[in-house]
Design a binder for this molecule. Structure first.
Ligand code: ARG
Length: 594
């Protein structure tokens, strides 16, 4: 069974074709949940645009549409409002059937996408020999949510961790490793503090000219593939990755070591990329450096902006590697869509890389492989995390905040709250609850703010038990589980033994709750389109509010009769499963008891 919105879209499309001819059949009927329940449950807004297209008064267009529309089995007779809005109200029977079908459906009425795609999601991308800091947290958390949403809709994702694992800084790092006694044996190399390693190397480089010379020689050795140098470089990467993977495990993100394809993975093809750009006639020699001037980019002075492909000393750059990665993802990984999750400051970098790839003809090459009409490239930018003083988030001493320290503090703070709220839990349970609440709070605070905007990092706000926070939503979930415990009902028995065929709806708050749950599919699809997880958060908060008003107005355990009690328990169950599903798509766990 379709959700009402999909059902309406299909029936409106048929009506549009019948009343206005098949040439308009592809027009989007613009069905949306009604803004105000006073006017109905859904509205169709197509009459205004269609009126313009056919040169007629939208109200007349709406009237003709209604004459051709066949929805009488599911909706009350529609009416036309204002300039030509069509308002629709579900019949009670239909609403009951919708609720029943949600009850028996693991996917809560959300089917997979009609045309599944192969999507590369490029996220996290920390830099070797540097501690992951709060700047990487957003990419990791947002990218992971995007992956989960796309997969829920049946897309195949290729998760790509574009590790910063190459560059001239490795000369000084490796030389410093040798000075401090590192050998090429894997088990002899461990770094407690990656940042200290980096800072010490940098200090030696800046203060000791002989060291600096050795470091430069080491870069040459690394680039020419000297085996011992490569072994040390590999040790440094493995050791760094061990640090990253600890953070990934704590954050419960989907990235694994198999998803790593760092900058160095493209070294061998950088000269092919250059050759490609040359043969497409895109390269210009400027002061010894090879540049591309992508169309449409100019500096403040109006001069065209270069994308430097190869420096005059022969070195390749970040952009070159990104071009190589893009070409690889299209040609070898057959991506149909590629999403890059990085901070907003890299916006121009990606715009220039994308334009260069288009001019080089790589995008169409991808289009030829499948009939999807081209590869879609999305830069998914996000804003900066700010401290409560409105400047970029730092420790009290002014250093960048290490991600691991941040997670430790979150768990301590959550543990204190849990101990206060629920002193009955034993130490083990308390630790488990604190972990789930802490990680949920950090992730949700990040995901719920408008992605491209900066947001203020506030412990008090993210850990608050009310408002649009993870603890509030996790608590709403746990509260529903306690209703089942009190009613002594196993919720799985409400789903399919036998599957309910009809869930009687009597109270407006019940109806509002079901309608809210029926919006789930539209919201998830909007997130997959816009790659904006905060839409799912807004929805979750609205859902929790609808549930609260249902629970205030409609006694569940003390319902009037058995049928009503069962119907209300079913509403509790589908609400809980919707909360759990959405939080899961955001990478946030739920608990039965908090
Ligand atoms: N390592 C980069 C940084 O720390 C992020 C990599 C993003 N991905 C990419 N394909 N450029 O800023």
């Amino acid at each position: 069974m379709h959700d009402p919105q999909t059902e309406l879209s299909q029936r409106f499309s048929a009506a549009i074709a019948e009343a206005f001819g098949p040439e308009h059949a592809a027009v989007d009927p613009l069905i949306a949940p009604a803004k105000n329940p006073k006017f109905g449950d859904y509205q169709a807004n197509v009459a205004m645009s269609l009126g313009k297209a056919v040169g007629r008064n939208p109200r007349d267009v709406a009237a003709d549409l209604l004459a051709a529309l066949d929805v009488g089995d599911l909706f009350d007779p529609p009416d036309i409002a204002g300039p030509g809005f069509i308002n629709l109200r579900l019949k009670d029977d239909y609403l009951s059937q919708c609720a029943a079908s949600l009850a028996g459906d693991e996917r809560l009425g959300v089917g997979p996408d009609d045309s599944p795609q192969r999507v590369v999601v490029d996220y996290s991308g920390p830099n070797v020999a540097k501690e992951m800091h709060v700047g990487h947290i957003r990419s990791t958390i947002i990218g992971d949510a995007i992956v989960r949403v796309l997969e829920f809709l049946g897309h195949t994702t290729i998760r790509r961790n574009h590790l910063g694992d190459w560059g001239t800084q490795f000369g000084m790092l490796i030389e410093h490793m040798i000075d401090t006694g590192a050998t090429t044996q894997a088990d002899s190399f461990h770094v407690g503090d990656l940042n200290a390693l980096y800072q010490q190397s940098k200090q030696a480089f800046d203060s000791d000219p002989a060291f600096a010379d050795r470091a430069r020689d080491r870069v040459v050795k690394l680039q020419s593939g000297d085996p011992d140098t490569l072994k040390l470089w590999r040790l440094l990467i493995d050791e760094s990755y061990r640090h990253f993977s600890e953070v990934y495990a704590r954050l419960n993100v989907r990235l694994t070591e198999d998803d790593v394809r760092g900058e160095s993975a493209y070294n061998d093809v950088l000269s092919d990329v250059l050759a490609d750009l040359e043969s497409a006639g895109l390269t210009v020699l400027s002061d010894g450096a090879v540049c591309v001037f992508p169309d449409g980019f100019a500096g403040r002075d109006g001069e065209p902006l270069p994308l430097i492909i190869r420096k005059s000393d022969g070195g390749f750059l970040y952009a070159t590697t990104d071009l190589a990665a893009l070409r690889y993802r299209i040609r070898d990984e057959h991506a149909q869509r590629i999403a890059y999750v990085t901070d907003a400051r890299q916006k121009q970098h990606f715009a220039m890389v994308f334009q260069t790839a288009k001019s080089a003809g790589w995008i169409d090459e991808g289009a030829a492989q499948d009939s999807s009409g081209g590869v879609r490239l999305d830069h998914v930018p996000f804003g900066t995390i700010l401290g409560e003083d409105g400047t970029p988030f730092k420790t009290r001493s002014g250093d960048t905040v290490k991600l691991a320290d941040l997670l430790d503090e979150a768990e301590q703070r959550a543990a204190a709250i849990v101990a206060r709220k629920n002193p009955d839990l034993d130490a083990n349970q308390r630790r488990q609850v604190a972990r789930v609440v802490a990680i949920g709070a950090i992730k949700y605070a990040d995901l719920s703010s408008d992605r491209v905007k900066d947001y203020v990092f506030s412990w008090d706000r993210m850990l608050a038990m009310d408002g649009n926070t993870a603890p509030y939503l996790q608590y709403a979930y746990a509260r529903i589980q306690s209703i089942f415990a009190k009613a002594d009902v196993d919720p799985s028995t409400l789903r399919n033994s036998p599957a309910p065929t009809d869930v009687p709806v009597t109270h407006p708050a019940e109806k509002a709750l079901i309608l809210k749950i029926l919006q789930l599919g539209g919201v998830i699809r909007a997130v997959s389109e816009t790659l904006e997880p905060h839409r799912l958060c807004t929805y979750l908060y609205e859902l929790a509010s609808s549930f609260s008003s249902f629970y205030e107005n409609c006694p569940v355990i003390a319902a009037d009769n058995d049928a009503q009690r069962r119907a209300r328990l079913i509403l509790c169950d589908i609400t809980a499963r919707t909360l759990k599903t959405c939080l899961g798509l955001l990478g946030i766990e739920t608990l039965d008891r908090m």
